[in-house]
Structures are given as C-alpha cells and as structure tokens.
Ligand binder design. Structure first.
Ligand SMILES: [Zn+2]
Length: 318
C-alpha cells in the first residue's frame, strides 16, 4: 500500500519529463523499496539501485538495475555524473555524508531520506541546478526561521490505515524529487518532514552555510581531473616543480596517519611509496580554485555510456 502525499504546490504535475530522468537509489532497505515503487508510480522508469547486501536487493531485481556492493566503491564520480538524481535511503549518517561528498563534487542533485520513529524526513540538495545550493552538512537552518507550512499533508485515509513511516518516507522523497525536477533552475534546497502519526508535514528552505566544513571553500561546479592513483617521487612534475611536494590535498577518505584527510603530496608519496592511496579522490587548490583529482578508474559497465552521457547536461549548472 503506497502512501498518498499531497503537495499544495502541485509539484507532481510539473512540466519536467519524469520518464526521462535517470535516478540512482542507494540502499534497498524498506525506504529504498518504497521509494522505487513511488518513483515508478510517478513515471520514473530509469532507476538503478546500489545495495551491498545481495539478498536485500532481491525484490528489486527485474524492476531496476541493481549494482551489488558498497556504493562508495560502485558509484564512482564518473558513474555518478550520468545520473540526474542520487538518493540515499541508508539509515546511517556516515553514508549520507559520503553521498553528499560525492554529489557535491559530481554536481548531481541529491536527496537524503530517513525515518525517526513515525517521522519521515527528506532533504533535497539540487547541486546540478543551483550553484549556491546548501549541502547536507551545512548548518542550513541556523538564522532562518523554520516555517512549519502544512503544504505537505498525509491524507486521512492513509493515516488511519497505519501506513509505516518507511512508506511515507519513500512517497515523500518521490514527491520532493518531482518538485525539484519541475522547478529545474528555480529549485531550492529544502527539507521536508511528514509525521506518519499525526499526518502533518513541514517544509523549510535551506540556505548555504558559509562556515560549512564541507562546502565553504568550494566553487561549483568543481573541475574534475582524472588522475592515476600512483604517486611517484621522480615524476616529471615533481622534478621540474619540486614545490608540488608541498601541495596540500584533502582526501575523500579518512586514513589513520592523516587525521582529517589533510596532508601534503610529499607525505602521501612517502607513506604509500608511490602506490595507490586508499581514497576515491582528493581536493586541492590550484590558482585559488579548488579542483578534484579523481583516483577512481572509469568503469565500462556503468550507466555512463554514450546514451546516458547527456543526463547531466539536461540540468547544466547555472
Ligand atoms: Zn555545506
């Protein structure tokens, strides 16, 4: 039984072609399954699911393409860029932070969805449409007055039927995706909640936090440079430009010897002896601009084939 979510702004009736969207869903748990169903009801047909537990993804095989494995490994930056939206349904803040990290860099619209008791929460971060979009790690509501607008309301029939919060969350996330897609360049970052017990919802616009540890120094879209994950001390670069060894980099992954992920190129070469660094990418500053060094190999079996490579272009950054 699907939850009926009513949006006073009529987002689901927006003009954007939902059947053209390509959506990545992370997690095939209860919320993920409900979300896939709700997206299907809205007419979204191109849905890929990333799930590390093959058994959990079983009910979705046949309905969507399932990529088995940890999304942090499977959903490379290059692969992520083939999607219009990525949605995290995993009930784990660390996973949400990781997908936020990658979507910020890949410039892909992000939704985060989770439940706490009867309360379903969805955050929408339209990175691909809004240059100054708040990110998931922004303290985005500080200073802003949360407006408990009841623009989202669960129908009485659904409420009385005791619809579980996961179903509400899946329906709410699909409704918010449709709203963002319909608004395209007028999209804003937004957090919406819907209480399965009371049937009442809130919706608040999120503003970028200038002090956000994740996005404060980022000017998006971030240039991405494909790099071999090999760090050789005697490379032509370090030979002609020894100061490159002193270049600061911020790694995508926490590594014990480099707390916080920040280190210098010289220290990386020394520690890993030129071998691969256990990180997906690194950020570094060149000429006052942050760029991304992408260490992940481009995979031929992903969604980023020729037919899909236009997906990101449908929402060029403004
Ligand atoms: Zn931020």
């Amino acid at each position: 039984m699907a939850a009926k979510i009513h949006d006073a702004d009529g987002a689901a009736d927006g003009g954007h072609r939902l059947d053209q969207l390509h959506v990545a869903v992370v997690g095939a748990g209860r919320i993920g399954v409900e979300l896939v169903r709700s997206l299907g009801d809205l007419g979204v047909v191109r849905i890929d699911v990333y799930e590390s537990n093959p058994a959990a993804a079983e009910p979705l095989r046949g309905r969507c393409t399932v990529f088995d494995g940890d999304f942090w490994d499977e959903l490379t930056l290059a692969r992520l860029q083939a999607y219009d939206f990525a949605i995290c349904t995993v009930d784990d803040r660390a996973a949400r932070v990781r997908l936020n990290q990658k979507c910020l860099i890949a410039n892909v619209n992000l939704l985060q969805v989770w439940t706490e008791g009867p309360l379903a929460t969805v955050g929408a971060y339209p990175f691909g449409m809004l240059r100054d979009c708040a990110c998931f790690e922004c303290d985005a509501t500080s200073g802003a007055t949360p407006t408990p607008l009841a623009t989202l309301k669960l129908s009485l029939a659904a409420k009385d039927a005791g619809i579980p919060a996961a179903s509400i969350a899946g329906g709410l996330a699909a409704a918010l995706l449709a709203r963002v897609a319909a608004r395209a360049h007028n999209a804003v970052a937004r957090r919406a909640t819907l209480d399965a017990a009371s049937g009442q919802g809130t919706s608040v616009e999120l503003r970028r936090d200038p002090g956000c540890p994740r996005c404060r120094s980022l000017e998006r879209p971030v240039p991405i440079v494909q790099t071999r994950n090999r760090w050789v001390p005697s490379s032509p670069v370090t030979a002609t430009c020894p100061e490159a060894l002193g270049q600061d980099v911020r790694l995508s992954d926490d590594i014990d010897v480099f707390p916080g992920g920040s280190c210098r190129v010289g220290a990386l070469i020394e520690h890993f002896h030129g071998g691969p660094i256990p990180a997906k990418f690194a950020l570094t500053e060149i000429g006052g601009r942050t760029i991304c060094l992408d260490f992940e190999e481009v995979r031929p079996d992903g969604p980023g084939d020729a037919a899909d490579s236009t997906a990101a272009q449908r929402f060029p950054s403004n």
